[in-house]
Design a binder for this molecule. Structure first.
Ligand code: KG4
Ligand code: ZN
Length: 294
């Protein structure tokens, strides 16, 4: 049974719409966009019904949008992006490597075979008793740690564009067990070093694959998006290593890496400009990338 719309979702959506209209500052609206999927059925339904209602009341077109495309185009909210490009979507649920020649034209090159990148951060943080979500706290602790302190594997798997982070997570677990954890607590510096080492192993793997795909597919830009794209080491390393290869790394400001409505509006804008607004309104929890450009 899918999760049903909760009272909290229903209350939040009204606040979000009110705030969006304040932020729009009375500017005329072109359309009402909403997320068709992927995601949890409850919030997807609440968003859809709210968007349908607004579109009806305001007499504006209704534009269903794929959440994953939103993470690619979030970057465009603050800077132009150049096609073709290879995008890396890294969130709590996704690790997708996608080649695109423009809005509505996608080729998924690889994805995770087990844990998503964000999930790996969350699981390692839970193991170390650092709370949820794990990404931001590991990011912060890693700044005071040595990324070379703990030797951890880089799951590069050069024969495929897919990713796998389960082994890395297990390597972290074994390391802590060898140190006598959880019977014996880890020292403060030990935790920081482990966070830095784990983060570096994830970042090295992500950046290696992203840049290699970009070279192979003749991309002009590489783009990162999703919650893990807020990671400071990932942002620094992808920028520096792309430059070494004559590529440009583009990414949203931190606050637009995590889920937001602006990125959904940006995708809707492309659909409207190209006259390719979808009539598939149904919420799809497992929606994948779909091509829609002419
Ligand atoms: O895109 P997102 O906000 O939600 C979805 O999963 O759709 O991503 C959340 C994920 C969480 O796993 C969180 O730990 C991770 O993004 N995250 C980070 C950072 N900030 C959030 N991971 C690494 N470093 C961060 N600074
Ligand atoms: Zn997301």
């Amino acid at each position: 049974m899918p999760e049903l719309a909760s009272r909290a979702h229903l209350q939040k959506i009204a606040e979000v719409i009110d705030q969006a209209r304040v932020d729009a500052g009375g500017k005329p609206l072109d359309a009402v966009a909403y997320t068709r999927g992927p995601g949890l059925m409850g919030p997807l339904l609440v968003g859809k019904v709210a968007a349908q209602t607004l579109s009806h009341i305001l007499g504006l077109p209704l534009v269903p949008v794929n959440h994953l495309e939103g993470h690619i185009f979030a970057t465009e909210l603050t800077q132009p992006i150049r096609f073709p490009l290879v995008a890396l979507i890294v969130s709590g649920g996704h690790t997708d490597l996608v080649y695109t020649r423009g809005p509505g034209r996608y080729r998924v090159l690889g994805r995770t075979r087990d844990d998503a990148a964000g999930e790996a951060f969350d699981k390692v943080a839970r193991l170390l008793g650092l709370g949820y979500p794990g990404g931001p706290v590991i990011d912060r602790l890693a700044r005071q740690g040595d990324p070379k302190a703990v030797p951890l594997p880089r799951p590069l798997m050069p024969e495929t564009w897919d990713f796998s982070f389960a082994g890395l997570k297990t390597a972290v677990l074994y390391h802590t067990q060898r140190r006598g954890f959880p019977k014996k607590p880890l020292g403060g510096q030990e935790v920081k070093d482990l966070c830095a080492s784990f983060q570096q192993a994830v970042v090295d793997t992500l950046v290696f694959k992203l840049l290699r795909a970009a070279e192979e597919y003749g991309a002009r830009d590489v783009v990162i998006g999703g919650g893990v794209a807020a990671n400071s080491r990932l942002r620094e390393d992808v920028t520096a290593r792309a430059l070494e290869k004559g590529l440009r790394a583009a990414m949203p400001p931190r606050e637009l890496c995590t889920d937001n409505g602006a990125m959904i509006a940006q995708v809707a804008l492309h659909r409207l400009r190209q006259g390719r607004v979808s009539r598939r309104y149904r919420s799809e929890p497992a929606l994948a990338f779909e091509n829609w450009a002419a």
